[in-house]
Ligand binder design. Structure first.
Ligand code: C2O
Ligand code: CU
Ligand code: CU
Length: 470
């Protein structure tokens, strides 16, 4: 190499190194407008549906952030009602958590709010409103949020499947009746159309021999999803944005309750030109083909699957100290029981007809907090900063509940007395009817934090509480 060429490359390297440094410390500026819009949920030729959007689309724009880099996101409210944005799963300062009344005053129509935080964890997250939740999420407000790993896993393609469930009327518009007593006290508002990234999915084109990562996120109001990739063996590498020990799912089913995320890596090892169904069969007798993996006719990209490792680098989560842990218990109560009877929580609160007009259909430890969060919610328990909390969640109801904690990720210890393997951390833990789950976390983030079921109707009708870290 000539001296001149050497100087040129050296200068180039220095320049790109300093650009990298500048990028890492500079604040990443973003803007999102919340506004009504139109979407073609059935594809470009289908009818148009009136929806509510982030940045004009459903789902909203994919936010790709960098671990450890500060971000400032200006949210402008173009709706006729108050809103907030919650950055689901991100461990951030309490004032940026987006809970109206509790952590911020809601964003009024025509006003803006600037969210500022530095994502500590790399992984798969999402963002959604935390005001009038069932209506706003039900009308389409949700968006993918990716915090990139410093060193990503080696894959050929990195996909995001944001799953949404819509309840459409015959005219193709979103059906009204949000918050009906029946939805509230039973399974919540399950819809009749499931989309991936805003449209009824066509086939997903794949190439034999490639390795793909799919970031699955359930952004539905209430629909539980259990995916099977026929003829393929997805490996779970992260749950709720937190890396776990790579493993194949039990019964080859990926169970995603509302708000949950699962990152899978799939080696595409079928025959060129073949087609394989991706089936959602969570509800007995109601299985359907969500989409298909459709192989290109081209010969395999490589002769053998990639040998690269699957384990993602772990995030900086404080390790719980179980020896000194303080124990707390959350008991989930209420809902419709056998024979169409509501579990007896109406009497406890004396709030009129359970589940009606914002009344309570559910309770946590005998107390029903309804709505989206508001000022003056008395905390269920208080933790001193730095202590380890060992939390038991006991589902006494006849329904499934994805219990979500704001501001933390929980180390999941056991389910019904059996240890949970794979060193899993989750911000949304699914409890089957009568399940008992034990988890632990270090109370290292001060503030008043929500803990609620992420089936929007359940949350709004009382399956919600608050805890405090001082
Ligand atoms: Cu994703 Cu309080 O919610
Ligand atoms: Cu959250
Ligand atoms: Cu629930």
């Amino acid at each position: 190499m000539s001296r001149r060429a050497f100087l040129a490359t050296a200068a180039g390297a220095a320049a790109s190194a300093s650009m990298r440094a500048a990028r890492a410390s500079a604040v990443d500026e973003r803007q999102i407008k919340v506004a009504p819009g139109e979407a073609r949920l059935n594809g470009a030729d289908g009818p148009s549906t009136a929806v509510w959007t982030y940045g004009g689309t459903v789902p909203g724009p994919a936010l790709r952030l960098r671990q450890g880099q500060p971000v400032r996101i200006a949210v402008e409210n173009g709706l006729d009602e108050d809103t907030t944005v919650h950055w689901h799963g991100i461990r951030l300062p309490n004032a940026m958590d987006g809970v109206p009344g509790l952590t911020q005053t809601p964003i009024k129509p025509g006003e803006s709010f600037v969210y500022e935080f530095t994502p500590p964890d790399a992984g798969t997250f999402w963002y959604h409103p935390h005001a009038d939740s069932f209506v706003q999420i039900g009308r389409g407000l949700a968006g993918p949020l990716i915090v990139e790993e410093a060193e990503p896993v080696v894959v050929d393609r990195d996909l995001f499947w944001l799953l949404q469930d819509w309840r459409l009327a015959k005219d193709g518009q979103i059906a009204g009746g949000f918050g009906s007593a029946m939805d509230a006290s039973m399974s919540g508002r399950v819809g009749n159309l499931v989309t991936i990234n805003g449209t009824v999915p066509a086939d997903e084109g794949v190439r034999a021999g490639e390795r793909i990562r799919i970031r699955l996120a359930n952004a539905c109001l209430a629909r539980m999803i259990a995916l099977r990739f026929e003829g393929h063996r997805p490996v779970i590498v992260a749950i709720d944005g937190q890396p776990c020990d790579p493993h194949e799912p039990q019964d080859s089913r990926l169970v995603l309750a509302p708000a949950m995320r699962i990152d899978v890596v799939i080696d595409i090892q079928g025959d060129p030109g073949s087609r394989h169904a991706v089936i959602d069969d969570f509800y007995d007798g109601l299985g359907y083909t969500l989409t298909n993996l459709a192989y290109d006719k081209a010969p395999p990209l490589r002769a053998h699957p990639l040998a690269a490792r699957l384990a993602l680098p772990r995030n900086p989560l404080a390790a719980p100290d179980l020896g000194s842990a303080l124990r707390h218990e959350i008991v989930l109560q209420g809902g419709m029981m056998g024979g169409g009877k509501l579990a007896g929580i109406g009497g406890m609160m004396g709030m009129g007809m359970p589940g009606m007009n914002g009344g309570a259909a559910w309770a946590i430890n005998g107390m029903s907090m309804t709505g989206d969060g508001h000022a003056g919610m008395a905390p269920q328990f208080t933790l001193e900063r730095g202590t380890t909390c060992r939390l038991t969640m006991r589902n006494e109801t006849a329904w499934w509940h994805p219990m979500h904690v704001h501001g933390f990720s929980l180390s999941v210890l056991s389910r019904n007395g059996s240890p949970v393997p794979h060193r899993q951390w989750q911000d949304t833990v699914l409890l089957a009817p009568k399940d008992v789950i034990e988890c632990a976390f270090v109370a290292d983030n001060p503030g008043d934090w929500m803990l609620h079921c992420h089936v929007a109707d359940h949350q709004m009708a009382g399956l919600m509480t608050v805890f405090r870290v001082t």
